[in-house]
Design a protein around this ligand. Sequence first.
Ligand code: GLA
Length: 388
Amino acid sequence: MTCRFPCWVKALAGAALLGMSLSGALLAEDSTLAATPPMGWNSWNHFGCRVTAADVRAAADAIASNGMKNAGYTYVNIDDCWQGRRDADGNIRPNGKFGDMKALADYVHSKGLKIGIYSSPGPKTCAGYEGSYQHEAQDARQYAAWGIDYLKYDWCSASRVYKPEQMQEVYRKMHDALLATGRPIVYSLCQYGLQAVWRWGPSVGGNLWRTTGDISDHYDRMSVIGFDQNGLEKYAKPGHWNDPDMLEVGNGHMNRDEYLTHMSLWCLLAAPLLAGNDLSKMNRETLEILTNKEVIAVDQDSKGAQGRRVWQEGPYEVWAKPLADGSTAVGLFNRGEDAEKIGVNFSDIGVSGSAIVRDLWAHKDLGSFEGSFSAEVPRHGVVMIKVK
Ligand code: GLA
């Protein structure tokens, strides 16, 4: 939604009433950017600091040709380790692995995709590369000139130069710098959920904010992060999302059921879907998990509601996410070590009487059920359904 006449009036009235700054008020009204959780790819989980421009081009090539673009993946995001030195005028330059950033951005755009970059409000990034400290406006202008569409802004060494109570103003400063460029740039806050960022992320211009420390490609870490998101659902809405970190699907240290749990949970959470594997080398099983359209539709649902836990007994959990068409997406999760039959009581998801159930991973209607539905769920696995 673009902010036209009535919206401006509303925003101005709101600003006057609340004593907010004009940009803050407009921001609160503007949900064009990240109207649904951002989807794309990020270099960190697989490539780490080894990432090169060629890896980024290969990721763009893969997304544009393997069905991911059709499934909604859009942002090709470079994480840490692209930075070189600043020139005599203080302009940030990419390092030798990247060379010409404008050419790289043009290439990604030529595939009908968008490109993201990474920096820190501190003097150094988490991997020790050049941060944006005291160069915020200059860096924002440089990103816009290159054609950047997304910035992940990672706290890292900012803790050495700022007091904790300055965190919000520091994040707002880069947001204002991005806004001043006139280029729409998705703003991703990364400070690991410190100071309950979900309470103030939108007011400093964040389109998404990390809620936890780093994910890793292990079931224990992924599941602790994912299942811990319960309670944050009230903070998610179009334009503003909780971010439980990037996907590990296809990186090799979880089995198929565990990756299905990862993807299902992230979609029920309305989490950003940033694939974190090597897209140029993935197998069919990984691609199928990343591109299941019915599961992705849950994540990208226009209502923008984040799911929550509606039932738990030991390691068995039922999560539900209300959808725009009045139906409910439900995940039956088995965090235990053996297969188990797990059920959802329709009364727990606000459905009375009978309902039609569809298996979203299998694309299969399962029929009409009275009062509840249950299914056998494998160890560390999931059954994901839509209840209508
Ligand atoms: C932090 C972030 C990660 C990644 C690395 C890069 O750990 O949380 O997502 O960006 O920095 O150094």
